[in-house]
Design a protein around this ligand. Structure first.
Ligand code: CIR
Length: 257
């Protein structure tokens, strides 16, 4: 069974970290409605959902993807690149402990889960402003004995690797080539975002479906032309906090360890 973990949006989200977007007012109530829509969608797609309580003083805590990388065998507690986000790890570690053995990235490594794209036994890891070489080396040492291969990819112009490329089918990726070199993904089938929608590359694969932001209609048409089952959700408010869809949920096979 698929497990999904989300976290309620912090009342302090207006103080979130921002790197590539300018600060705009966030309507907290609207953001919370949109987040509930995402949670409903996860449940409709068959996930057993745990919605963690708000962390009022941690502005970015809704973005549960970043403090941890969940694999089939272990969960790797990341050391988020933004110091303000490091306290988010503790409560997620508690939530994951029943499901996975926990391991950690340590200093001088910094890693955000948004930089880790898993496809089968390959982990593509974005080298970004949040994820550094030391962390990629540590991650490689942790996962190599489990027979994962780590492929390093450079990300430019966006926050995380998964802002630029995500999985939308077994061997299919949705990509914005302006933000990541597609060379690393040569063996996979690539669908490009519509040029008018550069932020549309972030989609969340759940089983055979993909959760995708309503506002990127042109890219959604491209996905549907490839017979991908798309479940759309409004996600405009958290986009102002530089968050996409994948950032808001950890989705994994729930077999307890
Ligand atoms: C941050 O800058 O850390 C948050 N405001 C946004 C994090 C989005 N997470 C993601 O793309 N994986």
């Amino acid at each position: 069974m698929l497990k999904a973990i989300t976290r309620q949006i912090s009342r302090s989200v207006t103080k979130c970290e921002l790197t590539h977007v300018s600060r705009e007012p966030i309507d907290l109530e609207r953001a919370r409605r949109q987040h509930r829509e995402l949670e409903r969608c996860l449940v409709d797609l068959g996930c057993d959902l745990t919605s963690l309580p708000e962390e009022p003083d941690l502005p970015d805590a809704v973005f549960v993807e970043d403090p941890v990388v969940v694999l089939d065998e272990i969960a790797v507690l990341a050391l988020p690149g933004a110091p303000s986000r490091r306290p988010e790890v503790t409560s997620l570690a508690d939530a994951l402990a029943p499901f996975r053995e926990l391991t950690s990235i340590t200093e001088p490594g910094t890693l955000d889960g948004g930089d880790v794209l898993r496809l089968g036994r390959t982990l593509f890891v974005g080298r970004s402003t949040r994820t550094n070489d030391a962390a990629i080396d540590q991650l490689t040492s942790l996962v190599s004995p489990l027979e994962y291969t780590v492929v390093q990819v450079t990300v430019t112009g966006c926050l995380h690797l998964k802002s630029a490329v995500t999985q939308v089918g077994e061997e299919t990726l949705l990509i914005n080539r302006k933000w990541v070199d597609p060379g690393a993904f040569a063996k996979l089938h690539l669908i490009e975002v519509d040029p008018a929608e550069p932020r549309a590359a972030n989609a969340l694969c759940v089983g055979d479906s993909v959760i995708f932001p309503k506002r990127f209609e042109r890219t959604r048409e491209r996905l549907e032309k490839h017979n991908i089952d798309v479940c759309t959700v409004a996600a405009s408010e958290l986009a102002k906090a530089e968050g996409g869809i994948t950032c808001c949920a950890l989705v994994f096979e729930s077999q307890a360890r």
